[in-house]
Design a protein around this ligand. Sequence first.
Ligand code: SAH
Ligand code: SF4
Ligand code: F3S
Length: 475
Amino acid sequence: MEKNKPSYSEARKRTKEEVKVITDAYIMDNDLSKLGIGKTYHIITYGCQANVRDSETIKAILEDMSFTETSDMEKADLILLNTCAIRENAHNKVFGMIGRVQHMKEKRPDIILAIGGCMAQEVSIVNELERKKKYVDVVFGTHNIHNLPKLISEAIDKNEQVVEVFSKEGDIIENLPVKRDSMYKAFVNIMYGCDKFCTYCIVPFTRGKQRSRRKEDILKEIDDLIKLGYKEVTLLGQNVNAYGKDLNENITMAELLEEVAKTGIERIRFVTSHPWDFNDNMIDVIAKYPNVMPYIHLPVQSGSNRILKLMGRRYTKESYLELFYKIKDKVKNATITTDIIVGFPGETEEDFEETLEVVNECKYDGAYTFIYSPRENTPAASMEDNVPLEEKEKRLARLNELINKYYKESNEKVVNTVVPVLIEGVSEKNEEMCAGYTDTMKLVNVKCSKDYIGKIVNVKITEAKTWSLDGVLDE
Ligand code: SAH
Ligand code: SF4
Ligand code: F3S
């Protein structure tokens, strides 16, 4: 394996050795801390919440180097793309943006372009950037964000491309800074990586093996957030229900969630839950603590047992539905959302109809739906991708029609009820209104004074719009 370049065989390895927790990996020396004086940065984040949270750390690192943030990419001295590799269209967007920056560099050659995130963990992408996109100054991966100051400084000094991507996941680094996007709600990583290896998915390769953070580090972060006035935390992981399985310490997700609930923070949610590891203790904790939000994202992916097996999801339609009903039964007014892939290799019209049946049965409160996209090096990529694109698009449209119908029904159900809303800011569509989310993750626009921003208030829902709700304060 070449040093500092991604390798799938390395990334696939899962060892039993326990991950170390490092508290001094991030170093900011005097020279590095002055590198960005008088310079600005602009960061574009693609992909999931893991990337959003990583970008919050990247921003803090750049500010430790004295760069200041600008929302105007055209003026920025440093442009950083934090990329996603989950589907082909994520790639296309990033390459479009790289082209745009190339154009900007013709006029301002000293712009620094840095590419990080999951795409940088892909072998073919790094090869392409090295061979054809020499003007990309820094390529870094998901495991070495703490080295960013050194990499940027090297690229400036040498005036050549610097690539550093580790295939093997690193240890857990606990001394990274963070500049949070919100003053009221925060993402808290509870685990990194994923060991599930669903056959279509690239994440276990781009994010490495599952590594749970220590409970005390998680609780300390949440206690600090409470002191800063934060109202909501989202516990983050690709597969949060498996939390603790990789630790020597005996701790489960249900136990962690209970301890987080006991910190007294006003709202807690967690993403994402793989149905396989969702046990009864988890459901009991969600039901017992009022500050655990009754909102569960429970990806089903397909309603056909044959396809679920090919996907390597380790559950059946029947066991999924059993879990679904258990949650609905025990957690009062829970909303459940899902993810679905259409057009997986070999998916027949009958398989697809089984997916529609599950949607009709679960009447989801919302869903993210995707056309299957083959990913380099995954097992599904070598299965015959035999559903024509036109058919995949038709299935997606049919599915979305049904999803939207239940989404609307779910929103209509809360009209005329009073729900708690965390007011986050001024509404995007109407400056006279504020906007925020219910504890079931529904977007609400509320007529209220800006003084309420950052508070959880009771709102009477007056109307269900297509993508949001309208309401008035109920005091
Ligand atoms: N860890 C989460 C999912 C992260 S990826 C989980 O297991 O639930 C988010 C979603 O992207 C997945 O749930 C899946 O629906 C979709 N996805 C992942 N790989 C994909 C691919 N190759 N093609 C299309 N959709 C994909
Ligand atoms: Fe991908 Fe499956 Fe892991 Fe989710 S659980 S990140 S879909 S491999
Ligand atoms: Fe994308 Fe990486 Fe997240 S592939 S979905 S940014 S873990």
